[in-house]
Design a protein around this ligand. Structure first.
Ligand SMILES: NC(=O)c1ccc[n+]([C@@H]2O[C@H](COP(=O)([O-])OP(=O)(O)OC[C@H]3O[C@@H](n4cnc5c(N)ncnc54)[C@H](OP(=O)(O)O)[C@@H]3O)[C@@H](O)[C@H]2O)c1
Length: 308
């Protein structure tokens, strides 16, 4: 039987942090989690975006428990301020689910963040790495607590190029910088599970990808990509609502195994219902994963000690 949002078990009593919950698949994931009874902390890049999303969710789920917040994943300072806010507002081990959903794709020119990193690598990987590391002490060390990280089909085309990690030698917006960042997400999610298992932690790390979903992600496309995107998206993409299912499955289904990777079950994993997704060979390379982890710790100045 196909898994849909109606299969989400009651999320009552669970507190969720989802990044990028104001748009696209993250919005639909936040909506379904709220509908299932979760308390959702919804950080966005501006208060107005977070408030808007909360208003849209409340229009469907009037009793939803929602907290707006500010978070810019491309800024390590902003990540730290967000985690401090969580600590002040929700003391102790209080988070049941973290969904690293936010992302940016194919910025036409190489941009540097305030911390000096290439913007896609910073937003899609370094920021979520630091967020997960800093939030980790706030995650309940119990069965059912999960960290879900969004990868992409394009991870199959990606390569972690330690000599060009910040695209300092060559910048290719989509198949270079973006693909690298999404492969890094997938490697991170799997390495995190290995470290959780070694530490004897009941917390699970699970990766997911949405296939191809019609969202705002293509907003930065220019030229031929923009043209192709406009004509091909209606033909090959599924809705943002459907694209949210793999991450919702990873976040809530008792059948989602720790360290697994979930995507749509249709042809080439582009559309469909949650099913096991194929891993790129690089995602299984444990030496690469260790090197990437240490690099992320160094670049973000964040020691990520995975405790049991
Ligand atoms: N759509 C697809 O076909 C597809 C395919 C594979 C993977 N994915 C992945 O799915 C995830 C969600 O993307 P989507 O398709 O739903 O795209 P989307 O509609 O563009 O949503 C992306 C979300 O990420 C947020 N975001 C971007 N930069 C951020 C930053 N610096 N700090 C905090 N939040 C930031 C955006 O906020 P703003 O509204 O402020 O921009 C937005 O809420 C991403 O990780 C993406 O890589 C999508």
């Amino acid at each position: 039987m196909k898994w849909t949002a109606s299969n989400i078990p009651s999320q009552s009593g669970r507190r969720v942090v989802i990044t990028g919950g104001n748009s696209g698949i993250g919005f639909h994931a936040a909506l379904e989690l709220a509908r299932s009874g979760a308390e959702v902390i919804l950080p966005a890049r501006s208060e107005a975006k977070a408030e808007d999303a909360i208003r849209w969710i409340r229009a469907e789920v009037p009793q939803a428990k929602l907290t707006p917040a500010l978070l810019d994943l491309s800024s390590l300072g902003s990540v730290r301020r967000f985690v401090d806010m969580i600590g002040d507002r929700f003391p102790g081990e209080s988070i049941d689910l973290l969904i690293n959903n936010a992302g940016v794709m194919a910025l036409p020119q190489r941009e540097l963040t305030e911390d000096g990193f290439e913007r896609q690598f910073a937003t899609n990987f370094l920021g979520p790495f630091a967020l997960t590391a800093l939030l980790f002490p706030r995650l309940k060390p119990t069965n059912g607590t999960r960290i879900v990280t969004l990868a992409s089909l394009i991870a199959h085309e990606g390569r972690i190029d330690f000599d060009n990690l910040q695209s300092e030698r060559k910048y290719a917006p989509l198949y270079g910088a973006y693909a690298q960042s999404k492969l890094a997400d997938l490697i991170f999610a799997l390495e995190l599970q290995r470290r959780l298992s070694r530490a004897g932690s009941p917390i699970a790390s699970i990766a997911a990808h949405p296939g191809i979903a019609a969202t705002n992600l293509m907003a930065h496309f220019t030229g031929l990509y923009k043209l192709l995107g406009r004509f091909l998206t209606p033909l090959i993409a599924q809705s943002a609502q459907q694209g949210a299912l793999p991450e919702l499955f990873a976040a809530t289904s008792p059948e989602a195994a720790p360290g697994s990777y979930c995507g749509p079950d249709g042809a080439r994993e582009r559309k469909g219902f949650p099913a096991p997704a194929k891993l790129p060979a690089a995602a299984k390379d444990e030496a690469l994963a260790s090197r990437l982890w240490e690099t992320a710790e160094r670049l973000t100045g964040t020691r990520f000690e995975v405790a049991g």
